[in-house]
Design a protein around this ligand. Structure first.
Ligand SMILES: Nc1ncnc2c1ncn2[C@@H]1O[C@H](COP(=O)(O)OP(=O)(O)OP(=O)(O)O)[C@@H](O)[C@H]1O
Length: 295
């Protein structure tokens, strides 16, 4: 079922077009990534989707509602790049202030979130004394208290260590299963986009690709096979395929998949000492589409 539909979304700041005719379609329960460099237009897009910024042009519908409908806002959870919590209040107080804003708050769900995101032993600490990872976990709990249908995460993992990032995603993935939660995230982390059901790549305000991770890989990446040899010259003569990179001890070739690799390896096995096989990555996709590497 289509939950969010965005048509020709555009935002101009004076003469600058920050978001240019963006179309999005998000199905309920999907994890959708908006991937792009600094300044690509991701945050501006999110700001319009959460009703914080008025589009210059275009239409946004969430389950049929527009951003200025109260029902639209009730369906949202938002984690901003910069926290909106009160530095001088404890974690508990910050969460409770938000919880009191909801008439039908599910206390069990609130407690479950506090457990799942492991906030119990920091619950009496002031927000300003928390580490970046702890803050982010509190921010996410705050955004989920109202059991949103759709959660917007604007660069949720920036500056977090790998363990915190994994923990956050473990809990979010469980919520996706149990609540059929839909998540839209903007990210610079390719690994995060790798798990997405669908990816929109943004560059200079435009969507330059929209596809599943698998299809993006098929279209824009090649697997690489690096062959190491004591006699690179002889190896090259036995390969009937173009060489992408050459060093004094190795040749690297672009191939379609592991079946190609097995065929090639069986033909030239007597000429190599060892090999490396590397599958195409999201990085390759980004470079192919924008000419730049993402961080
Ligand atoms: N209020 C504003 N006034 C003028 N220009 C703006 C404004 N907000 C954003 N921009 C410009 O719009 C473009 C898109 O910015 P945006 O913050 O959406 O990018 P982003 O992809 O989210 O980048 P980042 O990854 O750094 O957060 C940038 O060139 C930015 O300078």
């Amino acid at each position: 079922m289509e939950l969010l539909k965005v048509d020709n979304l555009t935002k101009k700041f004076k003469n600058k077009i920050a978001v240019n005719n963006v179309n999005l379609s998000v199905q309920k329960g999907q994890l959708v990534a908006l991937l792009g460099h600094n300044g690509a237009g991701k945050s501006t897009t999110i700001s319009m989707l959460i009703g914080l910024m008025k589009p210059t042009n275009g239409e946004i519908k969430l389950a049929g509602f527009s951003p200025n409908d109260a029902k639209y806002r009730q369906k949202l959870g938002v984690v901003f790049q910069n926290s909106v919590l009160d530095d001088d209040l404890t974690v508990e107080k910050n969460i409770d202030i938000r919880a009191h804003m909801y008439k039908n708050l599910d206390i069990h769900f609130k407690n479950k979130l506090i457990d799942d995101f492991e906030l119990k032993n920091i619950i009496h600490q002031k927000y300003k004394t928390l580490s970046g990872g702890q803050r982010r976990r509190v921010d996410i709990v705050r955004s989920l208290l109202n059991k949103p249908e759709i959660l917007f995460l604007d660069e949720p993992s920036t500056g977090l260590d790998i363990q915190t990032r994994n923990k956050i995603w473990e809990v979010l993935n469980n919520l996706r299963k149990s609540m059929n939660l839909t998540i839209i995230l903007t990210t610079h982390y390719l690994e995060e986009a790798e798990d997405a059901d669908f990816v929109y790549v943004m560059d200079k305000g435009n969507i330059v690709a929209n596809d599943t991770v698998n299809d993006l890989k098929i279209k824009y990446t090649k697997d690489k096979l690096t062959l190491y040899s004591n006699n690179v010259h002889a190896l090259k003569q036995h390969l009937d395929i173009d060489v992408a990179e050459e060093t004094f001890e190795s040749l690297t070739i672009n191939i379609n998949d592991h079946n190609d690799a097995i065929n090639i390896l069986s033909k030239i096995k007597d000429f190599i000492t060892t090999f490396e096989y590397k599958r195409g990555s999201m990085d390759d996709i980004f470079i192919a589409l924008t000419g730049k590497e993402i961080q």
